[in-house]
Design a protein around this ligand. Structure first.
Ligand SMILES: Nc1ncnc2c1ncn2[C@@H]1O[C@H](COP(=O)(O)OP(=O)(O)OP(=O)(O)O)[C@@H](O)[C@H]1O
Length: 242
């Protein structure tokens, strides 16, 4: 058990700053960006292209550490600036589900094997991982493509398999970078609703970077990023009640 049963704060990002390059070519992609997400909360992060959203998400996902600032997940500090406080690879595999802008499926594995492997790496049996992968793919409307290689699926289908893979280990943190960009409006909304359902039912903390303003009512909280700075927008339920 982790050390946090008493505390429902899932993610605390404090004053994250990220500098790429140096001297003339230095880019400050995040400036003292902070965000707290509770277990069971689903959050949208909006902002123009280049504002730093992917940089923020990959920092929380323990893929691209910040230059400075701290990230605490489930009560445990995992990154202090660039310094790892845990085994990042193992931590990521167990606790974080990540959906990238592109699906990043393994090209030589079938769709269902791509979902199963996430569970098998965590020690799940072949049989149980197959059962859960099928259940998730069914839920996402791609069960009939289970045996196909990613190259035989449409972009939207590949992305739905990637969402299934991210949910497979019931992670406590789910991060998605424009997961619905390749989907039509209806499917896109379904995926957003699925994230909200997983957050509310499973207690995961979910952050979704999105440009899709049509589905914002699905989210508990909306943040905006501009020039590397994050601000919280008006709480969604208040905006909706106008
Ligand atoms: N590896 C890198 N090296 C140098 N600069 C980078 C790197 N990655 C991102 N940047 C710069 O950091 C800034 C923030 O980029 P980031 O990808 O985080 O923005 P974004 O809001 O996710 O954009 P988009 O919506 O277009 O995906 C941009 O100015 C970008 O050019």
């Amino acid at each position: 058990m982790n050390s946090v049963e008493h505390n429902d704060t899932a993610i605390v990002a404090t004053n994250l700053t990220k500098r790429y390059g140096s001297g003339n070519t230095e880019v400050i992609a995040m400036r003292e960006a902070s965000m707290t997400v509770n277990a069971g909360e689903v959050v949208a992060l909006l902002g123009p292209s280049g504002s730093g959203k992917s940089t923020f998400l990959t920092a929380i996902g323990l893929i691209n550490p910040p230059t400075s600032g701290t990230i605490t997940i489930r009560g445990q500090m995992v990154l202090d600036g660039e310094n790892a406080q845990v085994n990042l690879r193992a931590y990521r595999r167990q606790h974080i589900g990540y959906v990238f802008q592109k699906s990043n499926l393994i090209p030589f594995l079938s769709a269902i094997e791509n979902v199963q492997i996430a569970m098998q790496l965590n020690g799940e049996s072949k049989r149980e991982s197959h059962r859960r992968a099928m259940e998730l793919m069914d839920y996402l409307g791609v069960a009939d493509r289970a045996a196909n290689l990613p190259s035989m699926l449409s972009g939207g289908q590949q992305q739905r398999v990637a969402v299934a893979r991210a949910l497979a280990n019931r992670p406590s943190v789910i991060l998605a970078d424009e997961p619905t960009a390749a989907l039509d409006g209806h499917r896109g909304r379904q995926v957003m609703e699925l994230f909200a359902k997983v957050a509310h039912e499973q207690g995961s903390a979910v952050i979704v970077v999105t440009h899709d303003h049509r589905s914002l009512d699905v989210f508990d909280t909306t943040y905006e990023m501009e020039d590397g700075v994050i601000t919280q927008s008006q709480p969604q339920h208040l905006a909706n009640s106008k």
